[in-house]
Structures are given as C-alpha cells and as structure tokens.
Design a protein. Structure first.
Length: 71
C-alpha cells in the first residue's frame, strides 16, 4: 500500500489575516443592562476566539504569522 500526503492549500481569500474592529469610543457613557452586558462580553470573547483560530490556521498553511495589532 502506498500512502501519499496531499497538501490542500485553501483559496487566497481564506488566507487573509483578520482585521481587528475598532473598540468603543473612549468618551461617552451608557448604562447597559446586565443581561445585555453579559451578551456583549460573550460575543466579544467569541469573536476573539474565532480570530485567533483563523490566525493559527493561516500560519499553519502559509508558515507566516499575521501581523499583530499595531504592527
């Protein structure tokens, strides 16, 4: 039996580094209900986890790390 390793490279648009969205403005105030605040935190954490996973996948396929925010 012969085993061959095939490297499938994803399409170029799938290998683009994610762009971090701008945060909330430094000035301004709001009172956010606790349930909304918890949901916002969950969404932010989820977005961060997905972006981190994408960066690791891109690095796996390309061998290059995405630039970090501020580079």
């Amino acid at each position: 039996m012969v085993v061959r390793t095939v490297k499938e490279t994803p399409a170029a648009e799938l290998l683009r580094c994610p762009v971090a969205p701008a945060g909330l403005p430094a000035q301004g105030e709001a009172e956010i209900p606790p349930a909304w605040r918890a949901a916002i935190i969950r969404l932010a954490k989820s977005r961060t986890e997905v972006a981190d996973q994408l960066v690791r996948l891109i690095q796996f396929h390309t061998g290059s790390a995405c630039p970090t925010h501020g580079d």
